[in-house]
Design a binder for this molecule. Structure first.
Ligand SMILES: [Zn+2]
Length: 306
């Protein structure tokens, strides 16, 4: 019988596997405890006579190890800790062990990107019983994803395994998505604060030249690649229908008068998207906003209020 129990990270660290082992030992069972050497965090597994604690390498043959221990002293059950770190081959071996004695595997289902670990995938495929150990998100809903945070922001990229418990938080889907958006805005804002600091010109004026095979009479701005990328990137952060609530005149003096020190990032993201929109009626608006340093101020305020 193979039972797979998964959970999400939360603080303080969940010690389900250790508690479970202790209970079984109290009942007089001989328990083999298995954990991957990938998990290097110090974990105090209290020793108990005849109950082996095995820290295994990725190349370790778990079936051989099991029979070795089982012959020394008959085992009643096996507990696998942080089972997401096992390889597919090792989970296959665990499945074989579960034909001899019951196995309880504990671990995370998904990594910080919300994708299955190699081990978790195989446990989902092969287990007789899959159980979710409920952990709560900060909002009170059930947590289903593991967010990894660095300097207060959700990590979007990076190595799959970083072993610092305090960096992880169990989150529900909607909080995870919110944190993901916040992290993206932070990354892009930081990037364009640097870009606009050194930018001399955001684009050049053009008149009476063919654009999309049509001759235009009104002057317009051909924006440089960095500005175009900025527009593309920040277009993703617009808040649905919020422009309707923001009353903005499309002239630069009006924009200059907007006091931003008490405004939050949502307001400023909407404001930026309004300027993008103005470009069709008032060509050059974005150029002025960027070159006057106004955009830099707005971005700094976003960074401050995220
Ligand atoms: Zn939540």
């Amino acid at each position: 019988m193979l039972t797979y129990r998964f959970y999400t990270m939360s603080t303080p660290r969940i010690e389900h596997s250790l508690d479970f082992r202790a209970d079984e030992i109290k009942k007089g069972k001989c328990v083999m405890f298995v954990k991957s050497e990938v998990d290097t965090r110090s974990q105090n597994v209290p020793t108990h006579k005849n109950c082996p604690v095995c820290v295994v390498r990725k190349s370790e043959n778990l079936l051989e190890l099991f029979y070795y221990e089982h012959k020394k002293h008959p085992l009643d059950l096996v507990v696998v800790d942080e089972c997401q770190f096992l390889t597919t081959k090792q989970v296959d071996a665990v499945r074989e062990i579960a034909e001899v004695v019951p196995v309880y595997a504990f671990g995370l289902k998904t990594n910080f990107k919300g994708q299955l670990f190699e081990g978790s995938k195989r446990f989902l495929e092969l287990s007789d019983k899959v159980e979710q150990l409920i952990t709560k998100c900060q909002c009170g809903k059930n947590a289903i994803l593991n967010g990894r945070f660095d300097k207060g922001f959700l990590e979007i990229e990076g190595e799959e395994i970083v072993l610092k418990n305090e960096m992880y938080k169990g989150l529900c889907y909607s909080c995870y998505k919110k944190e993901q958006r916040r992290a993206l805005i932070n990354r892009e804002t930081e990037k364009y604060i640097k870009v606009f600091k050194d930018m001399k010109t955001a684009g050049v004026w053009s008149t009476d030249t063919a654009r999309d095979s049509m001759v235009v009479e009104r002057p317009f701005v051909i924006y440089n690649d960095e500005t175009k990328e900025f527009m593309k990137s920040f277009d993703d952060f617009k808040i649905e229908n919020s422009e309707n609530t923001l009353v903005i005149e499309d002239n630069i003096n009006f924009l200059k008068k907007i006091k931003i020190s008490d405004k939050d990032s949502d307001f400023l993201l909407t404001l930026i998207n309004c300027v993008f929109k103005m470009e069709s009626n008032k060509p050059g608006m974005l150029k002025t906003v960027i070159e006057s340093g106004m955009m830099l101020k707005w971005l700094k305020q976003i960074k401050k209020t995220l």
